[in-house]
Design a protein around this ligand. Structure first.
Ligand SMILES: NC(=O)c1ccc[n+]([C@@H]2O[C@H](COP(=O)([O-])OP(=O)(O)OC[C@H]3O[C@@H](n4cnc5c(N)ncnc54)[C@H](OP(=O)(O)O)[C@@H]3O)[C@@H](O)[C@H]2O)c1
Length: 328
């Protein structure tokens, strides 16, 4: 595991144990910073090693979550060692020879790998669990999404910063940001990824391009606005989907209620719909408030919340590995 000390790495460790993933030997790899520290795996302490060329010898699968530049640096070494790399970074997601896989939506893509499979962007994974089953019933014309993304999406240090800043604000102090560009405590801001020439940020364009690739809909009309909110963990999304023809709400609700990875939380009488706290540490993505768009007869509105470190990253990566383990 490359990046074992990070937010995604820690979740990968928990999930490998929880799902009894078949492992003969587990290697925990990180940078010099965490080398020599230990992490608990199945009740025993495991030493974290600094990644080196020798790290990948006799390895079957590398779960990488150490960022794009680290994945780029080690790709060839991992490939030469004959290991399959499942990469959480965005480095290779749009490469034509690299499958981008959400096991509930396009599992068949995983089997076409050439030694590397990319795990999609977290908000994209959560959304595709909804778009995939709906598109099988009625073709989708256009998607408009706004995201409400937690601090954990920016890694373990961003979570610590939000906790620290919240305490500081409550104590009347002015927090100083070191990890995120602005303080998230009692605040929100548009996603901090680099802006593109078209005025969209990188995170928004990842959603556009990756959704098209996963769904195999290269011309899908898609627009996104991504926002960071002062939530520690779990992302939320407000989603508007326009279909080729009308999709009755009750039918869509039935489809989504019976789709893998989703859980309906919906009580219109009590105004109770998914909240980030419903999904913290949970595998399923919560959906609700499925309703007819009053401004367009062929569109539906819905709301979702999902633990993006889990289903949006670690769980999805392990599910990909589980698809392939029998073939390794
Ligand atoms: N957080 C999420 O919700 C999420 C969701 C989907 C995808 N991702 C992607 O997953 C990746 C990791 O995200 P994260 O949130 O887990 O980040 P993180 O909490 O900052 O952890 C980064 C990990 O990478 C290791 N690392 C950093 N530089 C390294 C180097 N030069 N060599 C070896 N290891 C190095 C770190 O080790 P040290 O402890 O030694 O620094 C740490 O284990 C990123 O590409 C991110 O975009 C994250």
């Amino acid at each position: 595991m490359l990046g074992s000390s990070g937010a995604v790495g820690q979740e990968l460790l928990r999930l490998l144990e929880e799902r009894s993933f078949p492992i003969r030997e587990l290697r925990l790899l990180a940078s010099q910073r965490s080398a020599g520290t230990s992490q608990v795996w199945k009740g025993s302490m495991c030493k974290v090693e600094e990644v080196s060329e020798a790290s990948f010898q006799d390895v079957d699968i590398v779960l990488a979550s150490a960022g794009g530049s680290v994945s780029r640096k080690w790709r060839e070494v991992i490939h030469s060692a004959g290991a399959l790399m499942i990469d959480n970074s965005s480095a290779f997601r749009m490469d034509v020879d690299v499958p981008l896989v959400v096991p509930e939506v396009n599992p068949q893509a995983a089997f076409k790998h050439q030694g590397l499979i990319a795990n999609p962007n977290c908000t994209t994974i959560l959304l595709s669990l909804v778009l995939g089953p709906l598109a099988k019933c009625v073709p989708i014309k256009r998607v408009i999404v706004s995201t409400y993304q937690s601090a954990s999406g920016a890694g373990a240090r961003a979570m610590e910063e939000l906790k620290k800043h919240s305490q500081e604000v409550l104590n009347g102090a002015l927090p100083k940001s070191e990890v995120l560009p602005y303080s998230l405590a009692f605040n929100l801001f548009l996603h901090n990824s680099p802006l593109q020439a078209n005025g969209y940020c990188e995170e928004e364009m990842k959603m556009v391009n990756e959704t098209r690739k996963i769904m195999d809909l290269p011309n899908l009309r898609f627009t996104a606005t991504c926002v960071r909110v002062p939530i520690l963990r779990a992302h939320s999304e407000s989603v508007n989907i326009e279909f080729e023809k009308s999709f009755p709400v009750e039918e869509a609700r039935q489809v989504l209620s019976n789709s893998p990875g989703l859980k309906l939380i919906e009580n219109f009488e009590t105004n109770r719909f998914p909240m980030p706290c419903d999904v913290n540490g949970r595998d399923q993505v919560a959906i609700g408030r499925i309703r007819q768009d009053i401004s367009d007869k062929n569109s539906l509105e819905l709301w979702l919340c999902g633990d993006q470190i889990r289903k949006g990253a670690a769980l999805n990566a392990i599910q990909i590995a589980e698809l392939l383990v029998p073939k390794l």
